[in-house]
Design a protein around this ligand. Structure first.
Ligand SMILES: *Cc1c(COP(=O)(O)O)cnc(C)c1O
Length: 472
């Protein structure tokens, strides 16, 4: 039988295709480069893409953190920023928005998410403590381990199988969490749940799972912190994937999520839709008092804590915009569009596509590169070499060394993250990314050697590590 060719012209009342929920008012030119230029720039950057200059990058997928485009409403809000040192109007605009979205009455501004961690953990985490959670983000882990405490990962095992489809792959394994509490409750200052679970691939956590964590925490008298960088994307997945939530607004879902937490740390550079900023919010006065002690010396006064008035205004608007369905749908649709292109080429990634990024499973692409030579970092270098596209290793280099044995940690996944900045690139850019990656994928068998470490920092080494091509 010959294939049936459908003549689109004969279909009546066609469904309209999907399109972005915004239009573009300002553009920024970007530039391609030659392979020779990129070879040299890679050498100069010691094969660490963090060390590249941004203008040496054509499509920048290093991170979705602070790299998004603000709206006309946000830019205009910046003009009314109140730069008073204390008690600025802009602080209260931001605080009121956070409180109305989350129900948390206390808000402590910080310059970004890790600063929120630093301030809150300074008050709460001490040597020997155990902080269980779901795949702690690298700065979160860093702020726990630098205090000689331990981050125990209780993510569900499904998250480790990148080929497995699971609607809420970021969730906490309640049995693992219970085992930690049963054995060491006295050493646990709080439980931390990351929404969405960045490290596991931007994978969401279900409302049901958040409820189970809450119940367990209550049984042991523990508090729960949400690491909330992508809470709005998490709410989108709850709405579109979890039974009973299709009819809820994003704002209703967000409110319900935070009703299950005691506090949040926030990198506003993600779902806050701003280029810089962060905060702590909590319902507990004692935690607020604890954070106050550290925000002033580390960050700044209580009503700005490292942010300008104008930035707090833009954040208030960003939080409002990004808890609306249309904005989130446009965003997630683009990530899923890229995933569908990769499916056409058979390129393996953490399935299903995450909220903010595609995580390529490097161990399944560069099968000839030994893990000691960091396959995901090697793939990151190859993709840059191919087309000037900058991804980011979320793998064995980022995993740092074990704080006790100082051995490399090869136990987790070895992924290359392609993070999609919010409202920044078009689907045409997604096509370029997909084809560039296909070209690397096609020559994967010929890539047999990776990279070796020449120099590394003791903590969070991936930002500054110096590498060289591995050879004998
Ligand atoms: C980005 C991020 C942080 C740290 O925030 P910064 O603003 O980069 O300091 C913490 N947790 C998660 C889950 C993040 O994605």
């Amino acid at each position: 039988m010959p294939p049936v060719i459908i003549n689109l012209k004969t279909i009546p009342n066609m469904e309209l295709p999907f399109a972005e929920s915004w239009r573009i008012k300002m553009i920024e030119p970007i530039r391609k480069s030659t392979r020779e230029e990129r070879e040299q720039w890679l050498r100069e950057a010691d094969y660490n893409v963090f060390q590249l200059k941004a203008e040496q990058v054509y499509i920048d997928l290093l991170t979705d953190s602070g790299t998004g485009a603000m709206s006309d409403r946000q830019w205009s809000a910046m003009m009314v920023g109140d730069e008073s040192y204390a008690g600025a109007k802009s602080f209260f605009h931001m605080k009121d928005m956070i409180s109305s979205l989350t129900g948390f009455g206390y808000v402590v501004p910080t310059h970004q998410g890790r600063a929120a961690e630093n301030v809150l953990f300074s008050a709460l985490v001490k040597e020997g403590d155990i902080v269980p959670g779901n795949s702690h983000f690298d700065t979160t882990k860093g702020h726990i381990e630098s205090r000689h405490a331990f981050a125990v990962d209780c993510t569900i095992d499904e998250a480790r199988d990148t080929a497995l489809e699971h609607p809420f792959k970021g969730s906490v394994d309640i049995a693992k969490l219970e085992a930690v509490l049963e054995k060491d409750a006295a050493r646990v200052p709080f439980i931390i749940v990351t929404v969405t679970n960045n490290t596991a691939g931007g994978q969401p956590v279900s409302m049901e799972n958040l409820r189970q964590v809450r119940r367990l925490a209550d049984r042991y008298g523990k508090r729960v912190v949400f690491d909330s960088a992508r809470f709005a994307e998490n709410a989108y997945f709850i709405k579109t994937r979890e039974e009973g939530y299709a009819g809820h607004t994003i704002k209703e879902i967000v409110r319900e999520m935070f009703s299950l937490a005691d506090a949040m740390t926030m990198s506003a550079k993600k779902d806050g839709l701003v280029n810089m900023g962060g905060f702590i919010a909590t319902r507990h006065q004692d935690w607020f008092e604890g954070a106050k002690r550290f925000v002033i010396p580390f960050e700044g006064y209580l009503t700005y804590g490292g942010m300008n008035g104008r930035d707090m205004e833009a954040l208030a608007v960003g939080l409002d915009e990004n808890t609306e369905f249309d904005n989130l749908e446009t965003r997630i649709h683009q990530v899923q569009y890229l995933a569908a292109r990769l499916d056409e080429f058979g390129i393996p990634y953490q399935r299903p596509a995450g909220g903010h990024a595609i995580f390529i499973d490097a161990s399944k692409v560069l099968t000839k590169v030994p893990k000691e030579e960091f396959p995901a970092q090697t793939l990151t270098v190859e993709l840059y070499r191919e087309a000037g596209i900058r991804g980011c290793e979320i793998g064995y280099i980022l995993a740092d060394r074990d704080p006790v044995t100082r051995e490399n940690r090869f136990g987790g996944l070895d992924l290359m993250r392609l993070a999609i900045p919010r409202r920044t690139y078009t689907d045409n850019h997604m096509d370029v990314i997909a084809v560039a990656l296909k070209n690397v994928y096609d020559r994967r068998e010929s890539i047999t050697r990776g990279v070796k470490i020449i120099w590394e920092a003791p903590l969070m080494r991936h930002f500054t590590v110096k590498l060289a091509p591995a050879c004998d």
